[in-house]
Write a protein that binds this ligand. Structure first.
Ligand code: PAF
Length: 294
């Protein structure tokens, strides 16, 4: 275990346990924020959410090879360890957990978690094995950190649903908190992958948010679902936000398809719009619910 200013750094489960033991013994509530690093303000908002609910906050930074497909960006995913540690220290996190691939998946490693049907649509269909890889690493991290609660961003809404299912199904005694998406001034959802965008692409990327918001506004007015969605898909393509992987409404929490002609006012609270589009080499994802008072 090492320390940078006031922040402890652990690189394996043993040294993490050494840091956590006195806190646990003195009855501290421990929150966990798992990340893949390249931290931005969205991640920092998760740390703040964790701080508001617990006495100590553990942040992990681990680029998990098991959630990348063979043609995805595991090799080029941004790795900015020193900057990440400095940001977590400034945000007053208490410990950064930085395991290596060898620590997480030592020689002979075999086991993986299969998460069943929740992930089938959307990213589950587009990225085979993605959610099993996430469930596997998150289960391992949960076992190493043993937090009382863990915070996940709604930016990856389907991931949040998968994790909720996982802790229920495996009786993991961890409260799962979903935290709202943090957006840039033009509405683009913050993401570590936004740094792949060229300046021209970055200008275009903000249109995704505008098109999603106008789609929800038209649906809330009772316009026909098929017309609104196909008009929005045309708009995305016209902006260069293509190919479109998916742009569809799904019911929460089971992600079942919405196959009705028009949404009624009572249905607005139970559905969400999900989008994944390519912009050059970058895959942008976003999701949005109707602004319905609860
Ligand atoms: O959301 C992420 O950054 C990752 O999927 C997670 C939860 C850290 C697992 O690798």
């Amino acid at each position: 275990m090492t320390s940078t200013a006031a922040i402890a750094i652990a690189r394996d489960p043993g040294s993490l346990a050494t840091v956590l033991a006195p806190w646990r013994e003195s009855g501290c509530k421990i929150a966990f924020v798992p990340t893949m690093g390249a931290l931005h303000d969205g991640h920092l908002s998760l740390i703040q959410e964790a701080q508001a609910r617990a006495d100590r906050v553990v942040v992990s930074v681990f680029v998990n090879p098991r959630q990348f497909g063979p043609n995805e960006d595991f090799g080029t995913y941004p790795r900015t360890e020193d900057e990440d540690v400095a940001k977590i220290a400034r945000a007053e996190g208490d410990v950064v957990y930085l395991p290596s691939v060898e620590v997480m998946y030592p020689a002979g490693y075999q086991t993986s978690i299969n998460v069943g049907d929740v992930p089938v649509p959307l990213d589950g269909a587009s990225r085979p094995g993605f959610f099993d890889g996430i469930a596997t690493v998150v289960t391992k991290l949960f076992n190493q950190v043993k937090p009382d609660l863990a915070v996940f961003g709604e930016k990856d809404f389907q991931q949040l649903l998968v994790i909720r299912r996982l802790v229920t199904d495996l009786n993991l005694p961890i409260e799962i908190i979903g935290a709202p998406i943090i957006r840039e001034a033009d509405g683009l959802a913050m993401s570590s992958r936004n740094r792949y965008l060229s300046p021209e692409e970055r200008q275009i990327a903000g249109h995704l948010n505008q098109i999603m918001r106008s789609t929800l506004a038209r649906l809330a007015e009772g316009e026909p679902l098929d017309d609104v969605l196909s008009g929005a898909r045309d708009d995305l393509e016209a902006c260069g936000l293509a190919p479109i992987d998916y742009f569809e409404l799904r019911r929460i929490p089971d992600l079942s398809a919405v196959s009705i002609a028009r949404l009624s006012a009572t249905e607005l609270g139970s559905v969400r719009l999900f989008a994944a589009v390519m912009l050059g080499r970058t895959r942008l994802i976003d999701n949005m619910g109707f602004n319905v008072p609860r």
